[in-house]
Design a protein around this ligand. Sequence first.
Ligand code: MIC
Ligand code: SF4
Length: 641
Amino acid sequence: MGQNIVEKILATHLVEGDPVPGKEIAIRIDQTLLQDATGTMACLEFEAMGVPRVKVDPAVVYVDHNMLQVGFENADDHRFLQTFAAKHGMYFSKPGNGICHQVHLQRFAVPGKTLLGSDSHTPMAGALGMLAIGAGGLDVAMAMAGEPYHLIMPKVVLVRLTGRLGPWVSGKDVILELLRRLSVKGGVGKIFEFGGDGLQSLDILQRAPIANMIAELGATSAVFPSDELTRRFLRAQKREDQWVPLAADPDASYDEVIEIDLSTLEPLIARPSSPDNVVPVREVAGTPVAQVCVGSCQNSSYRDLRVVAEVLNGQTVHPSVSLTITPGSRQVYEMVARDGTLAQLIKAGARILEASCGPCIGMGQAPPTGGVSVRTFNRNFPGRSGTPNDLVYLASPEVAAVAALTGRITDPRELGDPPRVDEPEEYIVDDRLILPPSPEPERVEILRGPNIKPVPIPEPMPETLRGRVLLKVGDNITTDHILPAGAKVLPLRSNIPAISEYVYHHVDPGFVQRAKEWGGGFIVGGTNYGQGSSREHAAIAPRYLGVRFVVAKSFARIHWNNLVNFGILPLTFANEEDYEAIQQGEEWEIPEVRRRLMAGEPLVLRNVATGKEIPVQHQLTPRQIEMVLDGGLLAHIRRRG
Ligand code: MIC
Ligand code: SF4
């Protein structure tokens, strides 16, 4: 029996377990990626492990999220990360060098290797044939320390692409189509491997947005073959020597197969406020637009900016639209500056921002009240833009550019012939903003600002867990709901006591006060609880407020792992209808939780007042049971070495 690409990569990286879907495996990690918003915590965690130098090559830390410096906090974090990287053997990508996933794809990703990143869009590197996975900072810190990464072996789904994309349709529409079909929870427990003849017409800059937004399906990863187009991209990046071919064997098998005929796709758009709320653009055509944002790690490549400039082509942005452009990296910025694209964009009236996450994470450019914002980004979770009740649509650069011109959502096919933009033969390569580790680490002093506080290490789990229901929420709760980002909260990422004040801030402003008064408690969730980002703060901060367990209908992968890593027990209802039987404020307990977990006995949730019992389940492996009992991974390492 032949092998698929995922099996081929696993064959050279598996360290433990049987790669059978649903079973725990451990894999060797070749490269790691940190970004500043999750990175300070991850570095503090790495430090707590007492390992002097990172054991992967390369380990890269990027500054791209917390770029607004309205106080000292972000600048202090940048300096901390720079000195930390120099001392502990990591590469440091300076602020201004670009968004982590864009730069990693351009400068570091290598076919056939593994990458673990403390950001949910890490799978973007899969466009070059890497097995790239997003994880919490602590998991990445472990990988930096040379430990293998444990995961539940996902199912491998083949997405077979046939045909060619029609005019005005691009890679973004392929992933929007998958989201339309499968929803934000349709990819949980799965890796999507892309194949089929259709790939020949998708160059790397078209594959990358597909791999990036696989995160929105809740998937573990996305992998493309490494073919001649991969080689061409690497050659243009002046690193063809890192190319290796990688393809599935003709008789490879898959757990599932999805067919997409590219020629049948039309321009698509995700309506507010979920990336799977996808419809054809023509269905919402005519909607007035107040803001258009081009950028984010998703659609900010040289190609994407060229498309926008070509659509605008000498015309001016519609009077009622504010258009912002964030180039994905310094490489893209320099290229558009040199070839006249930037001048075209400025001439058209675009507002040019620095190469960073920017508006995607609510670091500025919040749209006006009641105004529609069309963004080329990957997430439109409610309020993420910074405006309450925001109306954010997600679409391709083509659709965004046309909306900027007409002031309304418009099917771009109405404009006639599409712009033709080819991948460049050669990119400008200048890595001087990527600082290598210091050759004299003993001379480097790590500089810490006053906002950088130690990572709290939770207490072991008590014999019986008891607490009140602090909050009951519905389906698809995102980590942006649990712990918002944005310009005000992000600077507190290195300070758990301070950031804890914002847990469930927009959902229920009384949450934190209640948690303090009730001495902690637990949370009840619906399906896909904790979808979205990898921010472990959405577990650490609730734990700091005394949240000891979460009972939900189901969980998103990264958040589930983060809960376990920080000693919060993630439980699911044995019968989903029992969700109805629990109300906010009630006191419940899990009797003898320690003993039962260790003995492998079933767990029940018992209402302290009425004695009513509800069966609950957990998916913890024996390794993870030990971890939660000890109070999470750091406490576990401290106790057992
Ligand atoms: C996001 O897109 O939500 C983020 C901000 O990049 C997060 C990471 C974080 O919260 O720092 C992610 O995608 O993991
Ligand atoms: Fe940054 Fe947005 Fe990409 Fe997250 S999704 S890494 S915030 S650009």
